[in-house]
Design a protein around this ligand. Structure first.
Ligand code: NAD
Length: 406
């Protein structure tokens, strides 16, 4: 399915519920600007290869465009447009003063040497520097882009414009102006959503069982923080498979096991399960934290969790959403559940433009306030219109963006 068409369906759905004025609705169907650039890169073998790059600037009503840059062979213009639309929704859902943007380059970065990767990253900025800046558009890492790549991009930008502008890019290493807490911010935001939904459905941490698909940056931090709060993490998985013990897993030991064997599989004191089985376990809370489109119309009917906290982007297909809603499974949508990451990216930008550096405690305290407030706001809209939380998040975000006039 074309991701942009999918995004537009979600827009139409929310517009219908909130009775959005048709002219405003029409304007929201288009990104304000989509830039396509050709990036010539001198390869190590002496040839020149030209890569295609994009930057989609969807809407900057609430603040500078914000969103990552993806390096992937499957990048398309429509994917970048859709992702920039969802960034607009995500920033507005948590009410941070940032708009929606996203970038991408069609490349398999694993096939490039470090030097080629650096020249590509600097080349991207050479083509787009007029359109980015801390007051215009603030990129960040995404799939296969790293703090190192952000460092090269910032350096290239500052070299061209001739002055320091650390807030031009976020996701930097702390020594280069990054924020404390960024490494686990996405998970921490998901934890606040879990705490809030658990309260709504009358679960105490000790009585709540959780399964987490994906044990990478987002999933492993989520497991660690939730288990520290007393939640019972009964199953986790990674690309090689999963493990389950309904009595609860010792997450520190699982992390150690993964460090030693590169997988959570074959952990003593647990049973191996597949990545399909983990989604269908009889748990209270399910956390997809790996790939998109894992909850589909084929398996949605078998999901037994009371709530799904979408730490991954796009883990649930629209067909599956309908089945889950009909079955009373509450989905905390990605635009809310994983917005802790972009929120701390906004904090990084805010610290950079103010010349400040906040302690980890300050960052996490501010994050909690924003996430809890956003959760409650979305819940209120859900109750008001009697709709699911994804649609409620879209309605509240579009309300915020359009209330200023487009
Ligand atoms: P990551 O690469 O660190 O981790 C991904 C995890 O998924 C790994 O444990 C990997 O083994 C596992 N995985 C891969 N293929 C799998 C499969 N077929 N089945 C089950 N597990 C599989 O990535 P991440 O940063 O943790 O991101 C995970 C998801 O969260 C993505 O959808 C990403 O877009 C989303 N997200 C992450 C952040 C962030 O700050 N890291 C922010 C917002 C959204």
């Amino acid at each position: 399915m074309n991701p942009f068409k999918n995004a537009m369906k979600q827009l139409d759905n929310a517009a219908g519920i909130m009775n959005l004025d048709s002219n405003t609705h029409e304007v929201l169907k288009y990104p304000q600007r989509v830039l396509e650039v050709a990036i010539p890169v001198s390869m190590d073998n002496g040839t020149t290869k030209v890569f295609t790059g994009y930057r989609s600037q969807y809407d900057d009503t609430l603040g500078p465009y914000k969103g990552g840059i993806r390096y992937h062979p499957g990048v398309t213009k429509d994917e970048v447009k859709a992702l920039s639309f969802w960034m607009m929704i995500k920033c507005a859902t948590v009410n941070i003063p940032m708009g929606g943007g996203k970038g991408g380059v069609i490349v398999n970065p694993k096939e490039l040497s470090e030097g080629e990767l650096e020249r590509l990253s600097r080349g991207y900025v050479q083509k787009l520097w007029r359109n980015i800046g801390s007051d215009k558009d603030v990129p960040a890492p995404d799939v296969y882009t790293t703090p190192q790549i952000m460092g090269w991009m910032r350096d290239e930008y500052e070299r061209i414009v001739g002055h320091s502008d650390p807030g031009v890019i976020t996701g930097k290493a702390i020594k280069d102006g990054g924020s404390e807490g960024r490494s686990y911010a996405t998970a921490q935001g998901g934890v606040y959503c879990t705490i809030e939904i658990a309260k709504k459905i009358n679960l105490t941490p000790e009585s709540t069982t959780v399964a987490i698909q994906g044990f990478g940056n987002a999933g492993s931090h989520m497991a660690r923080i939730l288990s520290g709060l007393g939640y019972k993490i009964v199953a986790v998985s990674d690309s090689r498979g999963g493990i389950v013990n309904m009595e609860g897993l010792d997450i520190d030991q699982v992390s150690e096991h993964k460090k030693n064997t590169r997988s959570v599989s074959d952990f003593s004191n647990a049973k191996n399960i597949s990545n399909e089985e983990i989604l269908e376990l009889g748990v209270d809370i399910l956390v997809p934290a790996a790939l998109e489109n894992v909850i589909t119309k084929e398996n949605a009917g078998q999901i037994k969790a009371k709530a799904i906290v979408e730490l991954a982007n796009g883990p649930t297909t629209p067909d599956a959403d309908e089945i889950l809603n009909a079955n009373g499974v509450i989905v905390i949508p990605d635009v809310l559940a994983n917005a802790g990451g972009v929120t701390v990216s906004y904090f990084e930008w805010d610290q950079n433009v103010k010349g400040e550096h906040w302690s980890e405690e300050v960052v996490i305290e501010k994050l909690e306030k924003i996430m809890v407030h956003a959760f409650q706001g979305v819940w209120t809209v859900k109750e008001k219109f009697n709709i699911d939380m994804r649609t409620a998040a879209f309605v509240s975000a579009i309300e915020r963006v359009t209330s200023k006039g487009l």
